[in-house]
Design a protein around this ligand. Structure first.
Ligand code: DX5
Ligand code: ZN
Length: 214
């Protein structure tokens, strides 16, 4: 299992150092949660902050856009140093155009599904994607409980990927830690986002190692 620590749980006054600390602790990707206070009821940071912290690691930046109009900002996040951009299927932007824009910038593209959105919603876009991010909490905040009832959705997407013989990763986000990662792995999750479980751990390096073993 690949592990992407969510910087939402870090000390924002030293975000660069926190990224360097996660790099040393063995993180595979850095997960950066962008919220606009409109698509979700919370605000975080945008492209300028990502640009400032970009030099603190060589690991891929996995930018999760929880914003209403992702298409408008793809160039900004690409310029800031994103490697992977995921955006919500429930957002207001044209989905095909947004995927195209991300790919044209040479980045990996992913669609994100909120808990109430069914697996089938992503099927029309599957062939164009590099990954699908399945939310295992309602987006907006860290530290919520893992929704185990999202695992049939992961299984359904995995089955469709296998049926088509395509190369698309499944990422899960929200409430993943020692108590829940086995379930995610069993359902077919390839990449786990972990905020609280890594940042609140006494030893983040051990925490990442334990999670990555699944
Ligand atoms: C929630 C964010 C998640 C969050 C995960 O909207 O997308 O990335 O930070 O945090 P934990 O692992 O604490 O649930
Ligand atoms: Zn996220």
């Amino acid at each position: 299992m690949l592990i992407a620590p969510s910087l939402l749980s870090c000390d924002f006054s030293k975000m660069g150092d926190e990224i360097a600390r996660m790099d040393k602790a063995g993180a595979d990707w850095m997960h950066l949660d962008v919220m606009d206070g409109h698509f979700v009821p919370n605000l975080t940071f945008g492209a300028p902050v990502i640009k400032w912290v970009r030099p603190f690691t060589d690991k891929p930046f996995d930018v999760h856009l929880m914003i209403s109009e992702p298409l408008k900002y793809i160039d900004d996040f690409a310029d800031a140093g994103a490697d992977i951009i995921t955006f919500h299927i429930e957002s207001d932007s044209d989905i095909d155009k947004t995927i195209e824009k991300i790919k044209n910038r040479g980045l990996k593209a992913g669609l994100v599904l909120k808990p109430k959105t069914p697996a089938e919603a992503v099927f029309p876009y599957l062939d164009k994607l590099d990954l699908v991010l399945v939310m295992t909490v309602e987006p907006g905040f860290g530290g919520q409980s893992f929704m185990a009832d999202m695992m049939p959705k992961v299984e359904a997407i995995k089955a469709e990927i296998t049926r088509r013989g395509i190369d698309v990763l499944i990422e899960a986000d929200g409430g993943i830690g020692d108590a829940t990662i086995a379930e995610a792995a069993k359902a077919g999750v390839d990449v786990s986002v972990a905020g609280t479980a890594v940042f609140k751990a006494e030893n983040p390096s051990e925490a990442i190692k334990r999670l990555a073993a699944f």
